[in-house]
Design a protein around this ligand. Structure first.
Ligand code: PMV
Length: 329
């Protein structure tokens, strides 16, 4: 079984869980699925665990003990879920080959791509799963991965309780609206605390409760903006949410400062340029200093030039994509 997937970029961010173990988010979120870079995973039943991973050029990308444990834990949660929906004959161990086309230096979290790729492959080990059920399998490895089982613009919504109570829902397909994502990666010096640890202390921020209460309004604004292709509305709501998530991260205990001086200077410069050049461009940042500049077709050339002029930064280009899929059975 071979599956492929890519990262996604959140417009209304997922930060904090209502259940850490089951990766059930504290609130809904929505993102745009990217068309590149791609991760491929081959999965088959095995007597014992065999996990291998490779870079795009075929060289070894050895997994740490911690990530091997996370992969095994993910499969055991998937078994619980799959058995709960009546699937049988699931192997207790797997042979997994992961080929990541995500260049290590570009600062795009690969966990959404990897776990949605595995979720897709695990879904095909079962029988007749819906896209929502595949999304749940992906989410059990990384919350944001649950937004990759559809293409285009995808929400992760909470419904009720239990292991299957948060899953992806497509807001609009990639054919509805193609946006570009010009990704500017500042050189990174600080050691990064991963989002799994970060989510676990999100609720210690005094701003967390207000954030969670306001997410339904933001989800509605964002969904309306996407459905009506209202870029200005999308810009206002997604920038508000990204900055609010970072304020929450920065005020939690221990505090997480993902944005660097370079990030802030890129944002200041961008605000000037977009005003003078009337650009349709919005910024958003996840758990790192990387700046994602989402823009429309008519603004992309100028945004690319802006990105190329950022000294000491690596630039990566993507656009709206189609989500995880099976490559071969
Ligand atoms: O899926 P995780 O556990 O890596 O969390 C992702 C968290 C953010 O990237 C910061 C926000 C998001 O919604 O993608």
């Amino acid at each position: 079984m071979k599956a492929s997937s890519s990262p996604n970029i959140a417009l209304i961010k997922y930060w904090g869980n209502r259940d850490e173990e089951l990766r059930l988010p504290a609130a809904d979120s929505v993102s745009m699925v990217l068309d590149t870079p791609t991760v491929e995973a081959s999965v088959e039943a095995s007597e014992t665990w065999k996990i291998q991973s490779f870079h795009a050029d075929g060289s070894d990308a050895p997994q740490s003990e911690k990530s091997i444990e996370r992969l095994k834990k993910h499969w055991s949660l998937c078994i619980s879920y799959l058995e709960g929906i009546g699937q049988t004959d699931l192997p207790s161990a797997l042979k997994i080959d992961i080929r990541s086309g995500i260049p290590p230096a570009i600062g795009i979290a690969s966990s959404a791509a990897v776990f949605s790729c595995l979720g897709e492959a695990y879904g095909a080990l079962g029988k007749n799963l819906t896209r929502e059920q595949v999304s749940i399998l992906s989410r059990l490895g990384s919350g944001s991965a649950g937004r990759n089982s559809f293409g285009g613009y995808v929400a992760l919504e909470n419904h009720g309780n239990g292991i299957g109570s948060a899953c992806g829902k497509q807001i609009a397909s990639e054919a509805h609206w193609i946006l570009h994502d010009i990704i500017i990666v500042p050189s990174r010096e600080e050691k990064k605390v991963g989002s799994t640890e970060g989510h676990a202390s999100a609720a210690t921020s005094p701003l967390f409760a207000a954030r969670i209460n306001d997410i339904p309004r933001r989800m509605k604004e964002c969904t309306d903006a996407l459905l009506t292709k209202d870029f200005e509305k999308l810009q206002v709501i997604s920038e508000e949410d990204a900055l609010d998530m970072h304020r929450c991260m920065e005020t939690q205990t221990p505090a997480l400062h993902y944005l660097s001086e370079v990030t802030h200077s890129i944002l200041r410069e961008l605000e000037g340029v977009r005003k003078s050049d009337k650009l349709n461009v919005l910024y958003t940042m996840d758990a790192g200093p990387t700046v994602h500049l989402l823009c429309t077709e008519d603004s992309v050339r100028t945004v690319e030039d802006f990105a190329a002029a950022q000294k000491g930064c690596t630039v990566f280009k993507a656009k709206t994509g189609g989500g995880s899929k099976i490559v071969s059975l």
